[in-house]
Design a binder for this molecule. Sequence first.
Ligand code: MSP
Length: 725
Amino acid sequence: MKTFYVTTPIYYANSLPHLGHLYTMIVADTIARHKRQQGIETFFLTGTDEHGINIERAAQRNGRTPRQQTDYVVSYFKKMTSEFSLDTEHGGYDIFMRTSEPFHYQGVSELWRQIAKAKTPKGNDAIYKGHYEGWFCAACAEYKTEDEYAKPVKPGDPPTCLIHETLLDRISEDSYFFRLADYGDALLELYKSRPGFVRPESRRNEVMSFVAGGLQDLSVSRLRTSVSWGVPVPDDPEHTMYVWFEALTNYITAIGYGNEERERVVGFEKFWPALHLVGKDILRFHAVYWPAFLLAAGVAQPRAIVAHGMWLDPVGKKMSKTLGNTVELDVLNRHFPIDAIRYFCLREMVFGQDGRFGYEALIDRTNSDLASGLGNLSSRTLTMIARYCGGRVPSGFISEDKLLLAKRAGLDTEETAISGFLEHARDQFLQHLEVFAFSKALETAWSVVARVDKMISDAKPWDLAKDENQKQSLNAVLYRAAETLRWLCVMLFPMMPQATTEIWEQLGLGSSAEATPGRIDPAKLKWGELSEDTTIGEVKPLFPRIDKAKTMKEINDQGQETGAGGSSDDAGSTSNAPSVSASVSAAMPEIVEQSASGGSGQHATEADAGAIGVTSFIDITDFTKVDLRVGEVLTAERIPKADKLLLLSVDIGEEKPRQILAGIAQFYSPEQLLGRKIAVVANLKPRKLRGHESQGMLLAASVGDEGKPVIATFTEDVPNGARLK
Ligand code: MSP
């Protein structure tokens, strides 16, 4: 039996999942489901990258051990995979790989030993001991060369990572090196001999020119005294392995490399080589370092390394928590069907290029392509079969004597007009899928939806149903529509497993494992295999229309409310740390989002991963831009239907008290606040929440896993309006 192995990157266990992670999972899941449809035994890996200084520091910041930290983040990744039906239970991944597993330690040690024994193509030792002196970005887990960082403004300060905008660590210590410089020619040879090895083409060219520019040896270990949370170097426990060396190796240790038990359960022999799906941000590690390690160890190369682009916000900015433009997984989950999200991600992003993600665009696509498109085609076809054919799929046959009538009714009497169109579309669709052109594949499938919609509109079955002589024409239209739907279910299953399974059941095609669209190879579909007389199931709407104004309002309000009180979803920020290290964050959304240390959404980003210690300094003029005042709470009340908000009037020494909304209602009763002296941001642009204008913001610490707000206050008597500076 043929086998296939697909992997996502294993995600850093220092921050919580977000849309970017979800996207790679959706793409890998789509690929895996398509392979399984083809009858290929498929293994799909995802997981977490759990070692290194970044995780160690995140754990420290949160008052956790590294193990507690990684368990915490893993629970959120598993929550994501379960909620978005990407886990084993829902037919998704086969293993959630964790690099803290003992079998991984064993396998990666074996790879190290193999490389340590090896000679490079130039006859040198592949691994040697030396001294490393240079800059390191903990968030990238990468050594940085001069063109990869910004020089400090003040001489003597560390430079800043261009990606994370965080300060770099100076490293000067003994280290093992991998002699990467000796592998340049072998790598170029590999790219040339296997043009599909790095995809898409544009990325392959980038990688080739990087390698052609000359490679430097790579430091592959750290002193245990600097990084203790890592896999020990075999026979030299004073060193731990460089996290990328070890993390990349997960792809083979997961399936049995260096561990007999795993080999028996999964099978390196059986599944390797893998197709590695990665974001373009980590292509170099996968397309240069990893193949070089494998060359040195004498292990076969991956099947391919396929890089996708990054999701940007609707105006084209990189998503980051600092900018407050990330996409919340729980918002997605609450407001959109999973398959609408999958469809949008695959349709909207031209694979390989960056894409823009906006809730409005997601609503528009859901309404136009899914509610009015596929969903409507399905429900109108099935409703008409229920109404005009007693709930049974009619025959598509038109007898000689009725052909003329059918023609008059606007029907193409040649069934091949539609079946030929469909076959051609299916072939094109599969070609696109083969090269990961998901957007084009979906466009092609939707040309089928449009074609059948037109057939129905032209033939007007509702009129045909009034004329007994046109019974065969009516039946033919409905059969063709239903059979096309069956094809679409099979074709679209990898992208939209739930919706297609639902249509399949409504078509009366059963729900037994053998009969599901996930088990049928779309290439083998044959027109006419939908049996007449099939009793259709209950017709239910698939993609209800989304009320754009209402949903956008809910999303905006919700964003503001969750930002206000802090959520329990924070992973890597200091706001989780109790008492002394509790961050001061404002009890209003903007500041919680923007505070480098007080993030509280579900989607800590790579930027947070880099939020180590002080990330970037502001000078005093920046600080003086914030008008902080002492205020006194004069009145406080709850707002109906807004569980988290309190409406306060606060005297900050002005003529009239300010009206301020604070997301603290779950932690403070109105009575507790009356007469309290608080710290207020007085020059924050007013904004409306739940119909009330908020003219400022109060400050609160965000404490513990729940991000419980504790209002900043004064122990001495202070007049209202006094400035904090
Ligand atoms: N731990 C490393 C990978 C080691 S693999 C041996 C790592 N982790 S990560 O948590 O930073 O995940 C990076 C990956 O997440 C990207 O390569 C991509 O797959 C996905 N994405 C993260 N942000 C993304 C976007 N904004 N858009 C699309 N995908 C993104 O790097």
